[in-house]
Design a protein around this ligand. Structure first.
Ligand code: F6P
Length: 366
């Protein structure tokens, strides 16, 4: 087995709380435990494209204070610029993968730890195979949709933030006899909406995995009011479709589209049907920033230490994961095959329905 002396670490894709905890775990284990050098590559894979490579050596001192308690990533990150279809200023897309691969060689790395969500992990794996990189990965995303692992770094904090938003919306809703609609992130998955909706006392939770009807939603709000309560809380995942299967998206300046606007559409629907006061809050990137919750720190630090131990053991092309109260590791390919969405019959969905929360219409399921 080749001796390891220098490893790289990068954060790729959308940031989230807990990334600095992962980096801390990596640096402590690699520098303190094995005596290696650790280079933090800046701006995700894009640091590998710069010449000289855009990086900094990470020492234990760097993590003695507040860094791991903070949100974001000290290394920076990007969620655009696929190395295999890189957008050029003239509008063309070019395969620049060999330039990224050359960056790894220029740094003289013996291995790389990549921290990313499923999109980033797929790209990193392609680069690793093509470039012969020795790589281990760590799952992170507020969406919690990376396969195999029960938890990705960042998810728990996002749920905390969305729950706190509901805690703050409830008194103002009650003060003004209002229906409050809260739109949360999650891309194609409703994990944040479901977990926060249950924890934050929502009356209805609309997610992409379960179709819903206007009659069902409005009927629930009528029930709440008939029972003597003057307010209601509705949580909607950004990718929840309108009845009829319509996705609500916004077009960006560059012509691309992203989720956004479903909360406002639902607000209009309720107002039209019921003629009552509705307000919408779009939580957006607030869910990604801020201090990581203790559990995200624990996941991050544990994943970081375990990833370094995998490198030391020469076990590459693997992703660390959380399963059954243990930190395990699996082939990256296996994690990429699955894309866990909310199970409409799973424990949390059953809990929501058991609490009387409107979770869409499954045709009589309980
Ligand atoms: O994947 C994480 C995520 O925050 C999604 O929940 C959201 O749809 C998306 O990224 C937002 O991306 P951006 O930061 O590019 O607006």
């Amino acid at each position: 087995m080749a001796k390891i002396r220098r490893i790289g670490v990068l954060t790729s894709g959308g940031d989230c709380a807990g990334l600095n905890a992962v980096i801390r775990g990596i640096v402590h284990r690699a520098v303190g435990g094995y005596g290696w050098q650790v280079f933090g590559i800046r701006q995700g894979t894009h640091g590998l494209l710069a010449r000289p490579v855009d990086c900094e050596e990470l020492t234990i001192d760097r993590f003695s204070g507040e860094v791991f308690r903070t949100g974001g990533t000290i290394l920076g990150s990007v969620n655009q610029g696929d190395p295999f279809a890189f957008p050029m200023p003239d509008g063309s897309v070019v395969d620049r993968s060999e330039e990224f691969i050359a960056g790894y060689r220029e740094l003289g790395l013996d291995a790389l730890i990549g921290i990313g969500g499923d999109g980033s992990l797929a790209i990193l794996r392609r680069l690793a195979i093509q470039g012969g990189w020795k790589m281990v990965t760590v799952p992170k995303t507020i969406d919690n949709d990376v396969g195999v692992t029960e938890n990705s770094v960042g998810y728990v904090t996002a749920v905390d933030v969305a729950t706190e938003a509901l805690d703050r919306l409830q008194p103002t809703a009650a003060s003004h006899d209002r229906i409050m609609v809260l739109e949360v992130m999650g891309r194609g998955a409703g994990h944040i909406a479901l977990a926060a909706g249950i924890s934050g006392g929502a009356d209805a939770i609309l997610i992409p995995e379960v179709p819903w009807t206007v009659d069902g939603l409005v009927g629930k709000i009528h029930d709440v009011r008939d029972a003597g309560r003057n307010f209601a809380l509705v949580v909607v995942a950004e990718a929840a479709q309108l009845p009829g299967g319509v996705e609500v998206t916004e077009t960006q300046a560059d012509g691309s589209s992203r989720y956004g606007g479903v909360g406002h559409r639902i607000c209009e629907i309720i107002e039209e049907r019921m003629g009552i006061n509705v307000r919408v809050t779009v939580l957006g990137h607030v869910q990604r920033g801020g201090a990581p919750s203790p559990r995200d720190r624990l996941f991050g630090l544990t994943f970081g230490v375990h990833a370094v131990d995998l490198v030391a053991a020469g076990r590459f092309d693997r992703m660390v994961a959380w399963s059954n109260r243990q930190c395990i590791d699996v082939p990256i390919e296996e994690a990429l095959k699955a894309h866990p969405l909310v199970d409409p019959y799973g424990a949390l969905a059953v809990t929501a329905r058991g609490l009387g929360i409107y979770l869409g219409d499954l045709g009589g399921a309980s």
